[in-house]
Ligand binder design. Structure first.
Ligand SMILES: Nc1ncnc2c1ncn2[C@@H]1O[C@H](COP(=O)(O)OP(=O)(O)OP(=O)(O)O)[C@@H](O)[C@H]1O
Ligand SMILES: [Mg+2]
Length: 138
């Protein structure tokens, strides 16, 4: 497990941009942490790192956003509104896991227990601008 302590949104963006270089086709990234912990900021940085230049915001209503044009296809999901224990295969999320792109999943703790992710990023806010990011591979 690795840990990164960020003192600003800009530092988190920069960290996530360089983290993106470690991503391979088919990788899935679980993002967990409270409201405002910085999950979407990390997604924005990863998208930048993959070379996507458009707008990145939480797909709270659409559930999934697709970002094309970068080094790998990128799928950004937010499961905040998904009921715990919902059948994510029925909803069709597994389709995105099989595209050979990179899947970023905010509120990944809403996935059924045991869902395998390539990477898990656990974010914790400590006050206004400190953020702790724990990186677990596998
Ligand atoms: N060090 C930091 N890293 C990231 N964001 C920070 C940091 N310090 C302050 N912030 C602020 O924290 C907020 C993080 O918001 P963000 O939307 O990324 O959270 P989130 O975890 O995606 O929340 P939600 O569960 O609502 O989707 C932003 O307003 C950002 O400016
Ligand atoms: Mg978010």
């Amino acid at each position: 497990m690795e840990e990164f302590v960020s003192g600003s949104e800009e530092q988190t963006l920069a960290w996530a941009r360089s983290f993106a270089a470690r991503l391979s086709p088919g990788d899935t990234v679980a993002l967990s942490g409270n409201l405002g912990a910085g999950k979407t900021v990390v997604c924005r940085g990863i998208a930048l790192g993959l070379g996507f230049t458009g707008d990145v915001h939480s797909p709270s209503y659409a559930l999934v956003h697709e970002y094309a044009g970068g080094r790998l296809p990128l799928f950004h999901m937010d499961l905040y509104r998904l009921a715990p224990g919902a059948d994510w295969e029925e909803i069709g999320l597994d389709h995105y896991f099989q595209q050979g792109g990179v899947c970023l999943v905010e509120w990944a703790e809403r996935m059924p227990a045991g869902t395998p992710f390539t990477w898990s990023l656990g974010l914790r806010a400590e006050g206004e601008s400190l953020r702790n990011i724990q990186v677990t591979e596998g």
